[in-house]
Structure formats: structure tokens, C-alpha cells
Design a protein around this ligand. Structure first.
Ligand code: PLP
Length: 370
């Protein structure tokens, strides 16, 4: 549509890219006419969510016409109890995406610098751009946050630092000692955000427990989500843990009813189903080991992941392999838009899905060779 007098956006928005999520199953079905599609593209939980969460959502149906409580008090209380922290430290958001946006909206001024890894979860950079801030991207070292260099990147203009642990898309973690030292060294006027979206999947013992540090470091913010191991991605619910004064600031900026009834009820019920979480964690680890083993047999490298996904080094264009796998009914994520052009990122699925992925990968690799 032609617009004679173009109405321009703020300059910060003009050059922003639209976020491209993992390709939805429905879209692939429409485009390729395939019946059976396996999606291993968005790090969702292949076992979906706990039956207790489903039941809790059903029970809320009758109250769908009533606005939810904007501060999700029952869920906040439950989380506070679980982590043994003051509930005033917790803010529930429309996914942890929302907490990221609230933080940049509330704290980033034009030209403020925000340090993050290159590559990491892209929403940090986008939200910094929206506010007119300046992302300072520090390359990963063998797929891992380079905390030494990130520390050196701090200037008088640094306002915020993002650490994604485990990192999306590489799945790597930083060592306990390194992160603890980093937290100690970062000046207290800089907001230090540790995104632990995949926290519940971590099995490596060399991983820092950050929640006990909240009291000591008022600039520390921890992000978690119900989208991953709890399997509630479509409900949009996550949370941040931080100093109570920061919660008070973010509340001024958030939408009054940012999380819905179903999400709040399902999240509470999910926290009560420890067996479900344990089972998902165990199966994820089994799946990860299976995939790693098969990839090694095929001579393919990967980053050591502590999440529910693996970034596989394929020595060819991630876009091409993505397209070839798509034709086999498997949706993965090409590493091209993620900043690693010769990789794909694959979420760890059920045993059957993992096997189907490996068979398809073998077929595609072999046919490309002949
Ligand atoms: C590292 C990381 N942080 C945050 C998010 C956003 O999660 P949510 O669904 O809670 O908004 C994701 C989602 O993929 C993620 O990978």
C-alpha cells in the first residue's frame, strides 16, 4: 500500500528486524502438505506440561470473564516459599520476555551501553535498541560467555549486563567460580541480569546458584520461565527475582493485567508437580546423551549444552540443512539468523523424535554427499 505522507516511527524502530521464531507446525503443514511434523525448533518441552497444570487451567474456565490479579499474588507467594526469599523480590511477567522489556524500558536511556554476549538470546539486543541504548557485544569463547572480556568492556556508560546461563543458542554455562567472581567485580550501579530460562535442565555441578546472592547484590536480577521445563510456553508466564525497589519500579511500567488467570493457575500447579519436572529433566539428559553420541558417530561437533537443545556444527550452511530437514518433516532452527551460519540448533525431543531427527539428518547428509 502506498502512503503519500509516510508517517515515520522513532528512528530507533526504523531499522529493527522483526523477530523470526521457530517455524510453527501449522505453517509447515500448510506449506508442504505434510501430515506428520516434528518441531525441534523452539526449545519447547516435548512432554508438554503437568496434568496438574492442565487441570488447574480447566478449573479457571468459569472465571475467564474476570480480570486476573495483576500481581499474581498466589504464584508469587508460592515462588517466594520455594526459593525462601521475600515475595517482594519477585515479579511475574508475560513470559520472561516481558521482564526483559520492562527492565530496558525502565532503566535504559539513550546512549546507555548494555553488555551482552555475541551470540546470545536476541531479545536483549532488540529491547536495548528500542530504548535507544547501545548493545556492546562481546564474542563468546568456544561458545561460552567470555566474562573476562565482558568485564573489560565496562565503561562509564555501562548501565546493564546480560548473562544468559545456560546460553541460548549454544547451551553452554559459565563455571561457578567465574560467575561468582564476575558478580563480585561488577560495580553495584550496573544492573546485572542473569537469564536462567533453562535453569531446571542443568545437571552440571559446576553451576552457580544465584538466588542466595540476591541479598548481597542489590544490582542482581535473575530471570526464570515456565515456558521451558514446565511446558507452558503458549501461556506466556515467567518471572524475575531482584531487589524489591526494582520490582516497584517495573510495576509502574507493566500492563495492569500482564499475566492471565490460566497461566497463573497452571504455573502454581506446575510448581507442585515435582515428579513431572524430575522426569522431564532425566529424559532430557538421556535425549541429549543419545543425540551427542549419534552426532559423534557421524563426525559432527556440537557445543556442550546444559539446556534442552544442542547447537550442532555441520560444516555447511545452516539454512540449507534446515530446508532439507523441513522436507523430511523435521523443523529445526538454522544457525544463520542465530549468528552461527554453519550450525543448526535442535531442541531435544522425545526418544521417538530424537531418533526421527537422527535418521533424517543421516539421509540428508548422505544425499548431499552423493
Ligand atoms: C534465554 C531465554 N530467555 C528468555 C526466553 C523467553 O522466554 P519466555 O517464554 O519466558 O518469554 C527464552 C525463550 O526462548 C530464552 O531462550
Amino acid at each position: 500500500m502506498m502512503m503519500k505522507d509516510k508517517i515515520t516511527t522513532r528512528k530507533e524502530i526504523e531499522n529493527l528486524d522483526v523477530y523470526i521464531p521457530g517455524k510453527p507446525i501449522e505453517e509447515v503443514q500448510r506449506e508442504l502438505g505434510l501430515e506428520k511434523i516434528i518441531k525441534l525448533a523452539s526449545n519447547e518441552n516435548p512432554y508438554h506440561c503437568s496434568n496438574k497444570a492442565k487441570q488447574a487451567m480447566l478449573e479457571e474456565i468459569h472465571r475467564a470473564g474476570l480480570y486476573p490479579e495483576g500481581m499474581a499474588p498466589a504464584l508469587t507467594e508460592k515462588l517466594a516459599h520455594q526459593f525462601n526469599i521475600d515475595r517482594k523480590r519477585i515479579l511475574v511477567g508475560n513470559g520472561s520476555d516481558e521482564i526483559i522489556r520492562l527492565l530496558t524500558r525502565s532503566y535504559i536511556r539513550a546512549s546507555d551501553e548494555v553488555i551482552m554476549a555475541d551470540v546470545t538470546f536476541p531479545r536483549y539486543e532488540t529491547n536495548v535498541f528500542i530504548e535507544g541504548g547501545k548493545p556492546i557485544k562481546v564474542p563468546l569463547l568456544h561458545g561460552v560467555h567470555d566474562l573476562e572480556w565482558m568485564f573489560k568492556a565496562i565503561t562509564a556508560n555501562t548501565r546493564m549486563i546480560f548473562i544468559c546461563n545456560p546460553n541460548n543458542p549454544t547451551g553452554t554455562i559459565v563455571s561457578e567460580e567465574e560467575l561468582r567472581t564476575f558478580i563480585e567485580r561488577v560495580p553495584k550501579h550496573i544492573l546485572l541480569i542473569i537469564d536462567e530460562a533453562y535453569y531446571e535442565y542443568v545437571t552440571d555441578k559446576d553451576y552457580l546458584q544465584t538466588v542466595p546472592l540476591l541479598d548481597e547484590y542489590p544490582n542482581l536480577i535473575i530471570l526464570r520461565t515456565f515456558s521451558k521445563i514446565y511446558g507452558l510456553a503458549s501461556l506466556r508466564i515467567g518471572y524475575g527475582m531482584m531487589h524489591p525497589s526494582m520490582v516497584q519500579e517495573l510495576v509502574k511500567v507493566k500492563e495492569p493485567f500482564n499475566t492471565n488467570r490460566f497461566a497463573q493457575a497452571a504455573a502454581i500447579a506446575s510448581l507442585e508437580d515435582l515428579d513431572f519436572v524430575e522426569t522431564c529433566k532425566r529424559k532430557n539428559e538421556e535425549g541429549r546423551k543419545y543425540l551427542e553420541n549419534e552426532l559423534e558417530k557421524m563426525g559432527l561437533g556440537y557445543f556442550p549444552s546444559q539446556g534442552n537443545f544442542l547447537m550442532v556444527k555441520i560444516n555447511r550452511s545452516g539454512d540449507e540443512l534446515f530446508q532439507s530437514l523441513l522436507k523430511q518433516g523435521i523443523i529445526v532452527r538454522s544457525g544463520v539468523p542465530l549468528g552461527y551460519p554453519e550450525t543448526i540448533r535442535v531442541s531435544i525431543g522425545t526418544e521417538e523424535e530424537n531418533r526421527a531427527f537422527i535418521s533424517a539428518l543421516k539421509r540428508v547428509m548422505e544425499s548431499n554427499h552423493s
